[in-house]
Ligand binder design. Structure first.
Ligand SMILES: *Cc1c(COP(=O)(O)O)cnc(C)c1O
Length: 464
């Protein structure tokens, strides 16, 4: 499609900016407003609810407290707000170019999280996690990374708070995507391919298969072992956990103010979901108004890949967070912890489970979920890049696909709905995937239902 809209003169305001003084002072904790408390995480060995002591070797106390807190607002410490100010508040942008290309009466807005130094929303929690670790005397952080986005966010945060950082990067990505690794190393992190010779799990995997391509589950197990066996080291996770989602709520709080500045009341909110953190960060402050009855008729749509459809095809049961069955059992939508992801290009969305709060909200019909294929997703990404200029991360493009579909529905019905979505990151390190799409080499892949049944057959039976 020929698009010249970047140069289109317009008198309509395009960008809605906040000042640094408008940066949120608190994170919003949705656990305060959920109609019923989340089912408790269970100990992988005993099946009993876990307590703070079980998590203390891995996480600082303050984060463990946040994980189970039912307080509605948690104050953001000043040093974290200071670090956020490097790029926050982020802009909310009216997608006038995209509206024009689609010929839709809908008003489309995107919250642009790709302006962070790491290029995604992930530093919002990485910085908070690094801060609390520093406060409690941690010297070193260990984590895993698949495509490299979380590893880069944590490498950045560790640098900001003067901590060492060790990243176990899934072997295939380590070999195929050197630039994310170089970014992490530039910020001073140590990056090793996983499986690595540095841990017991890694050595065992290498003994079995010296050429093992690795997996996210294995890399998690290595990072957890690293943290659990060293006094100076804690573990850090980039999504799924309650405190991680809560740290992201600065996104939605800002977006709410910005939509007010634009004189808009949203009808539809959209976000992509891997573990659920950018979607939650964007949507939870709005869902708060639904849960408290202040707002009705607001549709909120979570978008996942057909290749890892944890909500739309998985089941809402207790499962492990990792392949090696070392993490607590959590009640969530899951494809089974033995899920082997197909090599799709939205690396950040290839997780078998979903955040427990997102899962619960879906069960309670507060949110909707849609699964989309790779090719229509990249079609949407390219259309967006041509109409708006910014190159979306393949993950974020899942949200764009559904935004476009909803905007086209508005065109048919003639309704001028307001649609807002979270553009969670840029795709500058994903040009290989864009190249494959442009060359017609990308293929759609749907995770087969039989595999979900098989994977869920060997789940542990828990009596909750
Ligand atoms: C990691 C990532 C995601 C997926 O993770 P969530 O926790 O679901 O947000 C989405 N978009 C981008 C740009 C990412 O880096």
């Amino acid at each position: 499609m020929a698009v010249t809209t970047l140069k289109r003169p317009t008198t309509t305001q395009r960008k809605f900016q906040l000042d640094e003084k408008d940066l949120p002072t608190h994170w919003y904790n949705i656990q305060a407003d959920l109609p019923s408390p989340l089912p408790p995480p269970l100990h992988p060995g005993t099946g009993q609810p876990i307590g703070p002591a079980d998590l203390a070797p891995l996480f600082p106390i303050e984060l463990i407290k946040q994980e189970v807190s039912r307080e509605r607002w948690i104050e953001i410490p000043e040093p974290i707000r200071d670090a956020y100010k490097v790029w926050r508040p982020t802009p909310l942008i009216r997608a006038l170019g995209l509206e024009k290309v689609l010929g839709t009466p809908a008003h489309i807005y995107y919250k642009w999280e790709g302006v962070s130094p790491a290029g995604s929303h992930k530093p919002n929690t990485a910085i908070a996690q690094a801060y609390y670790n520093k406060q409690e005397g941690t010297k070193r952080l260990a984590t895993e990374t698949g495509a490299g986005q979380w590893g880069s966010a944590l490498a950045l945060a560790a640098r900001m708070f003067d901590l060492e950082c060790k990243v176990y990067m899934v072997r295939v990505s380590y070999d195929q995507k050197p630039y994310r690794r170089i970014l992490m190393e530039t910020w001073g992190a140590e990056v090793v391919p996983s499986p690595s010779p540095d841990t017991n799990v890694g050595r065992a995997a290498l003994a079995k298969d010296p050429k093992s391509p690795g997996s996210l589950g294995l890399a998690i197990s290595e990072a957890v072992e690293d943290a659990a066996t060293r006094d100076d080291t804690k573990y850090s996770l980039g999504s799924v956990l309650n405190h991680v989602l809560m740290h992201q709520t600065v996104i939605g709080q800002e977006a709410k103010k910005q939509l007010e500045l634009a004189g808009e009341r949203p009808d539809i909110l959209v976000g992509c979901i891997g573990g659920g953190s950018n979607f939650s960060g964007f949507a939870f402050p709005f869902i708060a108004d639904k849960l408290t009855g202040k707002v009705k008729d607001l549709r909120i749509i979570a978008v996942e890949p057909m290749a890892a459809p944890s909500i739309t095809k998985g089941r809402y049961v207790y499962d492990f967070g990792d392949e090696a069955m070392m993490t607590p059992l959590v009640k969530m939508h899951t494809l089974g912890h033995s899920f082997m992801p197909a090599p799709i290009h939205a690396g950040g969305l290839r997780y078998h489970g979903m955040a427990p709060s997102v899962s619960a909200l879906y069960e309670q019909k507060q949110i909707e979920a849609v699964a989309v294929h790779q090719r229509p997703t990249f079609e949407a990404a390219v259309m967006f890049a041509r109409a708006e200029g910014y190159l979306p991360a393949p993950e974020s493009a899942h949200a764009i696909r559904v935004v476009i579909d909803e905007a086209l529905r508005c065109k048919e019905s003639g309704q001028a709905k307001t649609i807002a979505f979270n553009l969670s990151g840029h795709g500058h390190f994903d040009l290989g995937a864009y190249e494959r799409y442009l060359n017609g080499e990308l293929e759609d892949y749907e995770y087969p239902a039989e595999k979900v049944r098989e994977a869920l057959a060997d789940l542990p039976k828990v009596a909750v």
